[in-house]
Write a protein that binds this ligand. Sequence first.
Ligand code: SAH
Ligand code: SF4
Ligand code: F3S
Length: 457
Amino acid sequence: MSKKLHIKTFGCQMNVYDSQRMTDVLGPLGYETVDEPNDADMVILNTCHIREKATEKVFSDLGRLKKHKTKRAAQGKSTIIAVAGCVAQAAGKEITRRAPYVDMVFGPQTYHRLPEMVARATRAGGGVLDLEFPAEAKFDHLPAPRSEGETSAFISVQEGCDKFCTYCVVPYTRGAEFSRPVESILDDVKTLASEGVREINLLGQNVNAFHGTSAQGGTLGLGDLIREVATVNGIERIRYITSHPADMDDSLITAHGEVPQLMPFLHLPIQSGADPILRAMNRGHSAQEYRETIARLKEVQPNLALSSDFIIGFPGETDKDFENTMALIQEMKFIQAYSFKFSPRPGTPAVTMENQVEEKVKSERLTLLQDLLGQIQVEFNNACVGKTFPVLLDREGRDEGQLVGRSPYMQPVHVTAPTSLKGEIIDLKITDSFTNSLSGVQLNPDKTANLTVGASA
Ligand code: SAH
Ligand code: SF4
Ligand code: F3S
């Protein structure tokens, strides 16, 4: 009998990926995913611990889920409530104490054991806590990924982090840096390509620290992994996320000039443009070194555009430091960015640092920074008008006869085009720009339509 599963995902792309894999693991047990928690037999909160608010949201959701479980119990139905992900890993015991109605608590490294956990929770009526970093690799126990009809797919290639930036919980919640073997990644790429996937996003907390063992012996870095992925039939676009500036090695930089499928858009978080702050954050590079890395990338790929993450109001950040961050943004012209106020996380060194920045100052600086980033984004979008971009048309738009795709720079592009072009990469001339998207027209609509019909007939 089919059971209903609802997963609510918080946090980063890695959590989105993990949630997808949890549905793959639970499918054979009869669980079908539903979009709403109402009436679900199992609800999993896949949580994020990166900032304070993320944790608060989990506890308020749990309060609501308790009511859901009580209501169903009155109707004679049982409900499994689970907390997964980084809050589970960091505060698993606190969760079982504060919310004893939660049946299963497990971290990011053990969800391949879900069938066993579900069996235990059902038998014993809850109380399963699995926060290990098991020796057996999770990936060896997960089913092969499926495209689900999508033309763009994420593949996790690396997990965990050894960098220990002084503000960050990831090394504690995700554990030590780990890279998957190259062959097993390529198997996933081939499976997905054979199902029609055209774009591969290589995923990792610190993806360019990748050093997977190769079948030929030795290890490959991310640059060489990208070269391998590019040889798989059908793969027309490659991206990777998230990278660390100190791990941009020669092989990865030159790949940007050599591999045509590698998109000219790079998310390379810098966090701050001020050296004293970068040092206090333990980022392992200066602002100048970041500039030099970008210069080398642009030498091999002049069309490269950048995005970044920023932390505002890190302890000790002065007005001058903040000005340096603003100046770096102007100089680098980040076309997209995530920016957050510094959030002190329990157990990290930055919590006890001197000269914590007042909340009011953090807010003022964040507003200035986001205004500037917004302005640059609009300027970039406007400058795209008149250009021709290959666009991967991956979904139907809201309006009748409309498709939406992604430009090489991840901008959503709207176009009037036949549904038969869904899943294709089509050259579009950009005709209009908006704050967060573009619209375009097909260059040779008749020719493309005929070609596509001919090709699929
Ligand atoms: N590995 C990536 C980032 C992973 S965390 C890197 O090194 O860039 C994603 C983003 O969350 C970070 O880039 C940072 O901008 C933000 N972040 C992490 N810890 C934070 C904290 N304590 N307060 C505010 N933002 C934080
Ligand atoms: Fe966190 Fe730094 Fe590791 Fe990124 S590199 S995950 S910010 S510790
Ligand atoms: Fe959050 Fe964990 Fe990702 S803390 S950002 S879900 S690695």
